[in-house]
Write a protein that binds this ligand. Structure first.
Ligand code: SAM
Length: 261
């Protein structure tokens, strides 16, 4: 309850501070806002993915939830419809992820938290030459996600990897030459989030992009974000209230941008 009140104050503060493309003096951030954040183009694949989301939202299939991160505190049963309603990124943010992938053409891309595959399909469909490695600890969710990837024909662009991030992420990183793009959307705890960023950082370069979801999902996630926006490894950070984006860009003065979305 207390966190919800604090969140409301945070949101009011965000609305007061958030700028549009015209309030930013950085050409890079202006271009990001103009060509990516506020672009509203549609792609036929969005329709296919949203049809899959609708199916998921109606599916009574039961899923055993495992103790993997901050949400799944104990094992229990849920249904695909409940999971689709609560865990999958909504279309506004999922389309933004697609546009980021389309605009910056990353090749080696990672997603932590496949769930039913909704955000993975949005990201993979934006990639030109890139490949998305998506990690998930729940085998039943991954089975459904893999089926969805086949349905949209995106399976060629996606490799799904089962296992706890603690083991699967270091193993994947040891096999990739670099990470151009990472979307962190699982195990929303402060220490775990900072640890995953540190691991991914080892394969980052000046043009890598790291995206953190749910930066105001809890006090812990907000703390993690505030640590990362001050982190000298990332010269550009963009706060969209629910999502935080980190760019390395050493050539740029370090600055945090709060943008209206
Ligand atoms: C919020 S959901 C991801 C939603 C998905 N990115 C989307 O928008 O469609 C987070 C997922 O991360 C998985 N997860 C959480 N902690 C994990 C961990 N430590 N290892 C592996 N998977 C984990 C959960 O099982 C869950 O499916």
């Amino acid at each position: 309850m207390l966190y919800k009140v604090a969140l409301l104050f945070d949101y009011i503060k965000y609305l007061l501070l958030a700028k549009t493309r015209h309030g930013t003096h950085s050409p890079f951030v202006y271009a990001f806002a103009d060509r990516v954040l506020y672009q509203k183009y549609e792609n036929p694949v969005f329709y296919d993915i949203e049809l899959i989301r609708q199916k998921m939202l109606q599916s009574p299939t039961k899923v055993n939830m495992l103790d993997l991160g901050a949400v799944e505190k104990k094992t229990y049963q849920s249904t695909v419809q409940k999971i689709a309603a609560s865990a999958a990124k909504n279309s506004k943010y999922a389309k933004l992820l697609h546009r980021i992938c389309a605009a910056y053409s990353p090749e080696y891309c990672i997603e932590l938290g496949t769930n039913l595959g909704i955000s993975a399909m949005y990201q993979a469909s934006g990639l030109q030459n890139g490949h998305l490695y998506t990690l998930e600890g729940n085998p039943k969710l991954l089975e459904i996600a893999n089926y969805n990837f086949e349905k949209t024909g995106l399976q060629e662009k996606i490799t799904s990897i089962e296992g706890n991030f603690d083991q699967s992420l270091p193993l994947l990183l040891s096999q990739l030459p670099r990470v151009d793009y990472a979307f962190i959307d699982g195990n929303h705890r402060k220490d775990a989030t900072l640890h995953y960023v540190d691991l991914i950082w080892q394969k980052c370069h000046n043009h890598s992009i790291l995206i953190l979801d749910d930066i105001r999902w809890s006090g812990e996630m907000e703390e993690a974000w505030h640590i990362l926006e001050k982190d000298s490894r990332f010269h550009v950070s963009i706060d969209l209230f629910m999502v935080g984006i980190l760019f390395v860009r050493k050539e740029q003065e370090k600055e945090n941008f709060i943008l209206r979305f």
